[in-house]
Ligand binder design. Structure first.
Ligand code: DX5
Ligand code: ZN
Length: 223
């Protein structure tokens, strides 16, 4: 039998209780999360304004896990160094706002952190083909970015599979991350399609269970 692939879980603090953010990050860390996913929104690229670099710096004090910072902002190149200084380990920008993506990825890497590029649901895989060899992470949005707690878009399964095939065919090591509407039912399906890092917000912090129970449930479906 084929062995199950190694899958990382990245709880998104967007659905955490911000009044006790430090505790929630500690809970996720103790529960065996692999990354802490931080959703940065600017009120332009997406409607909400959420988290900035000072909050990333605060989260940094509560965990040794890699901070996976997802920038849903326009002109991300102007903000990268602030997030690196705050303690980000992975910085992901959206291809839709980066006409000069090679320069942005280079700038991220020169600051000593990992570089990711994200695609909105309607952005084709081909939009990132040329940059894939330079990436540490490729993020397929499985909802339209902007809010936690939305429903997974089913047609993204095929997109994940096509990106997986392209990475494998070219022998590229970028981690394939998915973000939006991931829960214990959907997790095994996105992994089967080729995802290797699963972001989950509402399923971890907004589910009425403890963070530990929620992460166990997500993992259980993958075995
Ligand atoms: C959506 C964000 C996600 C969000 C996912 O715009 O990028 O990271 O927190 O939340 P859930 O898992 O609730 O869809
Ligand atoms: Zn995200």
């Amino acid at each position: 039998m084929e062995s199950s692939p190694q899958v990382k879980l990245a709880p998104s603090i967007l659905s955490a209780d911000f009044a006790r953010l430090g505790e929630q990050v500690v809970e996720a860390t103790k529960a065996g999360a692999d990354y802490i996913h931080v959703d940065v929104m600017d009120g332009h690229f997406v409607p909400q304004i959420t988290i900035g670099a000072p909050v990333v710096a605060a989260v940094r004090k509560w965990t040794d896990l890699p901070l996976d910072v997802h920038l849903m902002i326009e002109a991300p190149e102007q903000q990268i160094s602030q997030f690196v200084d705050a303690g980000a380990d992975i910085i992901t920008v959206h291809i839709e706002v980066c006409p000069h993506i090679h320069q942005v990825v280079k700038a991220i890497k020169e600051l000593g952190v990992k570089a990711g590029v994200s695609l909105n649901p309607e952005t084709p895989v081909a939009a990132v083909s040329e940059i894939l060899p330079s990436l540490d992470l490729a993020l397929v949005m499985t909802v339209n970015p902007g809010y936690g707690g939305q429903s997974f878009i089913e047609s993204m399964l095929d997109k994940i599979a096509r990106l997986r095939a392209e990475l494998d065919e070219k022998g590229l090591a970028a981690e394939l991350e998915v973000d939006g509407g991931i829960n214990a039912q959907i997790a095994p399906r996105v992994v089967k399609a080729g995802a290797r890092v699963l972001v989950a917000g509402a399923a971890v912090f907004g589910s009425g269970q403890t963070v530990d129970e929620a992460l166990k449930k997500l993992r259980a479906g993958l075995l």
